[in-house]
Write a protein that binds this ligand. Structure first.
Ligand code: ARG
Length: 461
């Protein structure tokens, strides 16, 4: 073989690769983080090759101890990565051959980089999903603690960002708990399809060697094997699903961020975020900026972008493997890193959120948030709902004119609008009365919020 050409595939080449094309085509800059998974996959592959008689015991032992040595070299930062060797797979294999000679050259029997890389990404992603699931759980626990502390705290619930009805701050936090529960379910479901093994698909058509794919899958903890070799090497649906699930998680975190940002403004002034999660301004000395939620809201864009990248990378690719697929890694790695960081910072920040209870309460008093309660009261006294709606609308208009909340109107003033109104109306016109009256499964009374927290804690066990 010419020394000028690539040692892994240079046989049929007469000219060396263009210097810039080498760099352009290389993925080692980013795919080296797959090394532990690449080595895990190779150890299982070598074990299976020996069991079916394609390697001697001695060769297999040399390969495995060589691979373990390489892993230690990588972890110690001593491994010499070479761009000329293109990717993580050829870097590891080349070093293995340096360490154990011909045995190293036999490792690639019955396998291609196409099924190898597809296997590596799945091993990587399976691991990452497990880590992400535990971060989600940590955030959910933080939300439960905050919700428990604030189950009876009243803030205005909004629709159209107009004050609508009093709700419990704990209930509001529990809404995010629910979203995260669905997020975790989506990841668990996606993990099922991640955990399928392409190895043995070889380049695209399978291999002529008597390999035992079930055995390799068992060694690697895969639940099943990809059943079509063409699909096995070229399927990236699992990565797209992961990116979709991640985009939805980021969308939820972004909505939460938006609320935290609004609530910590002087205009809302519902919460205080600690100094340790905020920054100042170099020009305006009075500022305390909610950088953490702002960044999370901003990073949502990158994750959406990564989903769009991956869908577009896969669109129009004919079967089976194409070099386009090398582009799958950066969006995937970036999403994993971004998502993990955002979940981590939220799980750390949520317990530090201080509810400014008086401000929330006083703000809830401003928007006639118990108007629906007055309508319901009149319905209970026999008025049809539409008529009750009309009566209450008139009393709200009167309240606005005289700058009084409904609960601040006198009985005489209220009776002008309907003489069925009696003294007991003030029980339901109070914010507490309104909140506690919504006392069924899924509603906002403090009693129901506490029940929901209890059920939620059970579900996390
Ligand atoms: N670095 C490649 C990738 O990430 C590995 C597979 C290359 N296969 C090939 N036949 N060129 O997709």
């Amino acid at each position: 073989m010419s020394t000028k050409t690539n040692q892994s595939w240079g046989g049929r080449f007469n000219e060396p690769t263009d210097e810039f094309v080498k760099i352009f085509g290389a993925s080692v800059f980013f795919d080296k983080i797959l090394a532990p998974y690449d080595i895990q996959g190779s150890i299982a592959h070598a074990t299976m090759l020996q069991e079916v008689g394609l390697l001697t015991k001695n060769e297999k032992d040399q390969i495995i101890s060589g691979l373990n040595k390489i892993l230690l070299e990588i972890e110690a930062g001593e491994f010499k990565w070479s761009v000329a060797l293109e990717d993580v797979h050829m870097n590891v294999e080349s070093r293995l051959t340096e360490i154990c000679g011909d045995a190293g050259k036999k490792l690639h029997t019955g396998r291609s980089r196409n099924d190898q890389v597809a296997t590596d990404i799945r091993l990587y992603l399976r691991d990452q999903v497990d880590g992400i699931l535990s971060e989600i759980k940590r955030l959910q626990n933080s939300l439960l603690d905050l919700a428990e502390k604030e189950a009876s705290t009243i803030l205005p619930g909004f629709t159209h960002l107009q004050a609508a009805q009093p709700v419990s701050f704990g209930h509001h936090m529990m809404a995010y708990f629910e979203m995260l529960t669905r997020d975790a379910e989506r990841l668990i479901d996606c993990r099922k399809r991640i955990n399928s093994m392409p190895l043995g698909s070889a380049a695209l058509a399978g291999t002529t060697y008597p390999i035992n794919r079930e055995r390799t899958a068992e060694l690697l903890g895969f639940d099943r094997i990809c059943l079509n070799s063409l699909d096995g090497v070229s399927d990236r649906d699992f990565a797209i699903e992961f990116l979709s699930a991640s985009s939805i998680i980021m969308m939820h975190l972004s909505r939460f961020s938006e609320e935290l940002i609004m609530w910590s403004s002087a205009q809302f002034d519902f919460i205080e975020l600690p100094d340790s999660f905020c920054t100042g301004s170099s020009i305006m000395p009075q500022k305390k900026n909610p950088d953490v939620p702002e960044l999370v809201r901003g990073k949502t864009g990158r994750v959406y972008g990564n989903l769009a990248s991956m869908l577009t990378i896969m669109k129009s690719q004919p079967l089976a493997y194409n070099k386009d697929n090398q582009e799958d890694k950066e969006p995937l790695f970036d999403t994993v890193d971004t998502l993990k960081a955002c979940l981590r910072v939220f799980a750390d920040m949520v317990p530090t959120i201080e509810a400014k209870r008086d401000n929330m309460y006083n703000s809830t008093k401003k928007g006639y948030t118990t108007a629906t309660d007055l309508a319901d009261y009149l319905v209970n006294k026999g008025l049809p709902f539409r008529d009750a709606h009309e009566v209450v609308g008139k009393s709200v208009s009167y309240g606005i004119e005289h700058q009084k909340d409904l609960s601040e109107l006198s009985l005489e003033e209220l009776q002008v609008f309907d003489d069925r109104i009696e003294n007991d109306v003030f029980d339901i016109l109070s914010l507490e009365g309104s909140l506690e009256a919504r006392d069924h499964l899924g509603a906002t009374s403090s009693n129901q919020v506490k029940k929901a927290i209890k059920t939620a804690r059970e579900s996390l066990k």
